[in-house]
Ligand binder design. Structure first.
Ligand code: HAM
Length: 417
């Protein structure tokens, strides 16, 4: 009889285990704390939405909508889509709940899975986790600065190495219309140099060619007119105010006149953070302003700005730096069943005092308990045998050095907490 075939996770998805899973939880907890300090409230939206929302919100000409959505028809014949990103759902919720009547800006944050049918590679998954923040209801450049500072603070708090910030502007519709004309007429002179795919993208949105990876398109785009040079007076003023605000906060950035983002909703400020140890998929977070999105979804004219951060990539960028986060700290090795029963409350007491601890649950002997403690990577093992118990003490073993010392049972919790 052949062995039954074992199930495996779908291509482009994965299980997150061990140190990586702990680090992931730590990253989201750190983000949650920082969001709270910036007066953001949490929001949870459904994992799937009407397909229409993304077609309208993200844009029908984007790769996300054209090629990457997990769309299905449910039992009631509705077309639904697993969310590929978090901004359109939050904007939908803003309109649906009449949040324009709340104190503005409304600041919301979320964390959860996003789904994109992309070619899987290092750092690029078909289900990935993002946390993101959205501030809706103020056009002021101070909001742009605050949003960027918030994400920079999260990276600093986590200790992500080699973080860099690139800043650009999509201008307002007026700037974009003028620039588009100039860009299309420039490209008309380079059509023969462009591969078919670039010509197709050009029809949909010529700006996307700044993001091309192939050499011929890159060469052609090197001399193309830049949107940053074509900003209207109002858009240039906004951009200047954001740059000045970041400089005042001492947040370093590079001005990037080719920064293209994957959604059509952006206006004015766009930005991306990268980490230098990730290879090709180095973007750990990005976002920008979307002053037309709420109106596009049927709400009142309301400006907005936000970002999404790729948790999988942040965890990878942290790498070994995060190994110790949230692991078990103390192992309680009690020898003998009777003593174990008698001292049972001790483990709970330690946990109540905030110590992350484990004890044996399988009737191991002393040696096996020490092996278990070592496998868990604890710093300290508490050993209590008959002899210790009679004298009212416990032996504390430092698992790195092997050094042992005694403490009184009465002061054990205080000692370890
Ligand atoms: P995004 O740049 O498409 O923006 O995604 C945000 C971040 O999610 C990226 O910087 C990256 O770290 C991570 N990410 C994206 N796709 C993948 C993937 N396939 N695998 C792993 N990580 C990935 C947005 O989604 C916008 N909603 C951000 C935003 C919020 N703009 C305004 N408000």
């Amino acid at each position: 009889m052949s062995a039954p075939q074992r199930p495996a996770a779908p291509r482009g998805t994965r299980d997150i285990l061990g140190d990586e899973a702990r680090l992931r939880a730590h990253v989201i907890a750190t983000a949650a704390e920082t969001f709270a300090r910036y007066a953001y409230a949490p929001i949870t939206t459904p994992t799937f939405e009407h397909t229409e929302l993304f077609a309208r919100g993200v844009g029908a000409s984007t790769d996300i909508v054209r090629k990457e959505m997990y769309t299905f028809v449910d039992g009631g014949g509705r077309s639904l889509t697993l969310r590929p990103e978090g901004t359109a759902p939050v904007a939908r919720a803003f309109v649906e709940h009449g949040m324009h009547k709340w104190q503005l800006p409304v600041k919301l944050w979320y964390a959860g899975s996003m789904f994109r049918y992309e070619a899987p590679q290092r750092g690029r998954y078909r289900e990935h986790t993002q946390f993101g923040g959205e501030a809706l209801g103020s056009p002021a450049p101070e909001v742009d600065v605050e949003v960027i500072a918030l994400l920079a603070d999260i990276y600093a708090q986590l200790g992500v190495p080699g973080v860099e910030l690139r800043l650009g502007s999509m201008g307002d519709p007026e700037s974009r219309a003028g620039h588009r004309e100039a860009l299309v007429s420039y490209l008309a002179g380079h059509l023969d140099d462009l591969p078919a795919e670039s010509r197709e993208r050009m029809e949909l949105n010529p700006l996307r060619l700044f993001d091309a990876k192939d050499e011929p398109t890159r060469a052609a785009m090197a001399g193309a007119p830049r949107l940053l040079d074509a900003l209207s007076a109002a858009a240039a003023e906004h951009h200047g105010a954001v740059e000045a605000g970041l400089a005042r906060l001492g947040i370093p950035f590079t001005r990037d006149d080719t920064l293209v983002r994957g959604m059509d909703y952006y206006t004015h400020t766009v930005f991306e953070f990268t980490a230098d140890n990730l290879g090709a998929q180095s973007a750990i977070g990005g976002g920008g302003r979307y002053d037309g999105l709420i109106a596009e979804l049927g709400g009142p004219e309301t400006p907005g700005i936000g970002f999404g951060c790729g948790v999988d990539r942040v965890v990878e960028a942290l790498g070994d730096a995060g190994d110790a986060v949230g692991g078990v700290e103390v192992y309680v090795a009690i020898i003998g069943n009777e003593l174990r029963a008698e001292l049972g409350p001790l483990v709970r007491e330690l946990r109540g005092a905030g110590v992350r601890c484990e004890s044996d649950l399988r009737g191991r002997g002393m040696k096996a308990m020490l092996r278990h403690a070592a496998a868990l990577g604890v710093g300290t093992t508490v050993i209590i045998g008959e002899r210790e118990h009679e004298r009212g003490v416990a032996t504390l073993r430092d698992m790195d050095t092997g050094d042992q010392r005694e403490v009184s049972l009465a002061s054990l919790v205080e000692e370890l907490a």
